[in-house]
Design a protein around this ligand. Sequence first.
Ligand SMILES: Nc1nc2c(c(=O)[nH]1)N[C@H]1C(S)=C(S)[C@@H](COP(=O)(O)OP(=O)(O)OC[C@H]3O[C@@H](n4cnc5c(=O)[nH]c(N)nc54)[C@H](O)[C@@H]3O)O[C@H]1N2
Ligand SMILES: Nc1nc2c(c(=O)[nH]1)N[C@H]1C(S)=C(S)[C@@H](COP(=O)(O)OP(=O)(O)OC[C@H]3O[C@@H](n4cnc5c(=O)[nH]c(N)nc54)[C@H](O)[C@@H]3O)O[C@H]1N2
Ligand code: SF4
Ligand SMILES: [Mo]
Length: 738
Amino acid sequence: MATLPVSAEKLIASFGPSLNFPPQEGFPGRDEPDDVIKTHCCFCGMQCGIKLLVKNNRVVGFEPWEEFPFNEGRLCPKGVQRYLQNNHPDRLMEPLARVEGTGFRPIAWDTAFDQLTANIQRIQAQHGPDAFAMLSGVSLSNEKSYLVGKFARIALKTKNLDYNGRLCMVSAGAGNKKAFGLDRASNTYADLAHAEVVVICGSNVSETFPTLTHWIWQARDNGAKLIVVDPRLTPIARTADLHLPVRPGRDSALYGAILHQMIKHDWLDHEFIANHTSGFEEAKQAVADYDLEWAERITGIAKEKILLAAQWWGPAKTSFLLHARGIEHHSKGVENVLACINLVLASGRLGKPYCGYATITGQGNGQGGREHGHKCDQLPGNRDIENPEHRKYISEVWGIEEKDLPGKGLTAYEIIEAIDRGEIKGLLSICFNPLVSLPNNNLVRRALDKLEYYVCIDFFLNETARHADLVLPGSLQEEEEGTVTTAEGRVVRIRKAVNPPGNARSDTSILLEIARRLGAGKHFDFNSAEEIFNELRVASKGGTADYFGITYQKIEDHMGIFWPCPSEDHPGTPRLWEDRKFKTPDGRAHFHGVPYRDPAEITDPEYPVILTTGRVVSQYLSGTQTRRIGKLVNQYPEPLLEIHPGLAASLGIRQRELVRVVTRRGEAEFPAQIVETIREDTVFVPYHWPGRKSANQLTSGHLDPVSKIPEFKVCACRLVPTGKQAPAWEETKAYASP
Ligand SMILES: Nc1nc2c(c(=O)[nH]1)N[C@H]1C(S)=C(S)[C@@H](COP(=O)(O)OP(=O)(O)OC[C@H]3O[C@@H](n4cnc5c(=O)[nH]c(N)nc54)[C@H](O)[C@@H]3O)O[C@H]1N2
Ligand SMILES: Nc1nc2c(c(=O)[nH]1)N[C@H]1C(S)=C(S)[C@@H](COP(=O)(O)OP(=O)(O)OC[C@H]3O[C@@H](n4cnc5c(=O)[nH]c(N)nc54)[C@H](O)[C@@H]3O)O[C@H]1N2
Ligand code: SF4
Ligand SMILES: [Mo]
């Protein structure tokens, strides 16, 4: 029996991440690297270009890649630390099998595959194919995303596949599909530079997409007016010309009121509305009563500010509107998105230089990963799994009978609910940490423990994986070739810098082997990432996300190609809609009537304060990766409760006092961080931590009816001062230091 690798022993002993990096034997310091690999950061949707330095099959450092057009060498705190994951002592090196009562034991790959296949077959024989579900994630490359979609439907034969983008961009995706028939940023960020007005709705860009701020500042330097809509005065809001501190969950009222002003003052592009859109009357009707007084009452924003925003936005000649999770993580996320799109369509400022609209895609491959069949209702090319023509086309590409292609399955949170009800018995997850990232995680934990069999593929033992029966050590982004699609829609190459360490294997080889053992090998006869990409190209051909004309060579030659790119001689499409040919059935962009409605949970005397959640600059998502990097931990070691001095004083809360936050789902204690940069009726907690520090003990499982995104951005809470003081910030830092 193999001995436990150091990392696994440590983890199993402490169940906590290692922050102390032992000096690594042979660590080459500033020696000449063996290789310098031009690739991309593994974290957010900006996908900044970066050069990784390689020595002895290890990533030992980085250099800026200054020629890459989006970030031009700039990187954020996470980007400059990303390379530390590769050699991290917590890396999983062997398959680990649960031994009840004692923890995990390393086992051979062959035994692991046997065990896994036997359990899938047993569960499916007893309960039907859909009783085995799969959850996936869009830190995975396009090739792996495509492979997972095909794997789940053909090898696992389940309809229940969904992905972590369900927690992320689906409201924007659904809104964009309704309005434009296509789901991508309309322009590259370079078009920000000369926009007259830039509006950012619900995004803390300086912390979440730090390299994007460069383009926003360019716009400001060129005289743009910057408007930021956020309940908090975020770093980007501090540099704005106008900050609209919206009450969480009330955005659609604000955008409705601005549309009302545009109509009232005739700040409309009549030619565009008449010739290239439909539904304007319905949108107009919906906002007929949304005057400034009403909007002030609902949104909590002074009416003068709303009017000023309308006066800047309405008659501008060029503009760029960006939004992110602040307006999308809502039980009416899709409506918020549509309300923003209405403003863009009414202005006609789309598909022209310096006139753009975009959701800022979150995860590394949040864009590509939402196009290639990862989602429970989708097939490659952003096709619809319920559309008979789309099913026929993909069945042909995959060489299966259409009747054997499963239909629409459950979404991510619904899969967990179905596990809790006992309907789903088995789960395979890759690249997803639902125990930290799904809302109401007390329910998630209960559900996980009801699974008959749970297998997880990851390179670190994340919190959810600790509930697994089998953990398979997979690969980091830099351990496989592939492509990702950046938030701008640019398809770029991810280069393999090193092999997976120890007995870890590439994610792709793991999936291919499972497919083979499940008897589906002939459909998965791939020998390289490029072969998978070439099949993806064909599968996406004719779909709205058309990659057919993109080849690995073309990407290399141009440092990225923008989809849609329908043929090999097509240069790609950096700016959409120049031709005004929208991808909706009638070829027009669609307005939608967006009547205002409240968030699912509103405050009451028992739960009088609004709780919202989000991110900090040094931590990434569920924190699996960044909570393991000491310097990033030091920057923000623990979740803090941001609270306004007025609210703190009214409850007698002192700086760094532990405050118990209670919601209908659970409670948690956080040190108070008293700041003037938040609305007085709202508190904010970042969500990157597990267990008792997890904000998702508190959040609600209310979903948007269309996109099924959870309402992470608003729920009702009660604050209880505990009288206990948390250790001083400096002491916490010392505790977290390597
Ligand atoms: N450092 C860091 N960067 C990241 C990530 C990370 O985890 N860490 N994750 C990446 C991913 S996957 C994503 S999705 C993006 C997310 O990027 P963002 O959407 O920018 O990040 P969030 O912190 O989730 O939320 C943004 C803002 O929404 C505000 N907000 C809360 N409620 C409302 C509301 O009702 N209306 C409005 N208008 N605003 C509201 C919050 O105050 C917050 O400042 O970041 C990406 N980049
Ligand atoms: N309260 C609250 N909750 C939220 C949010 C919020 O704003 N507030 N934001 C939501 C959003 S926008 C998002 S995107 C989700 C994210 O939630 P998750 O997707 O659960 O978060 P990650 O940390 O990305 O978890 C992914 C896991 O994948 C692993 N991983 C990363 N890359 C790879 C790879 O290439 N191969 C393999 N095999 N594994 C990999 C990581 O080690 C990690 O364990 O969280 C959501 N949850
Ligand atoms: S902005 Fe995003 S992609 Fe760029 S370095 Fe930071 S985390 Fe990486
Ligand atoms: Mo996200």
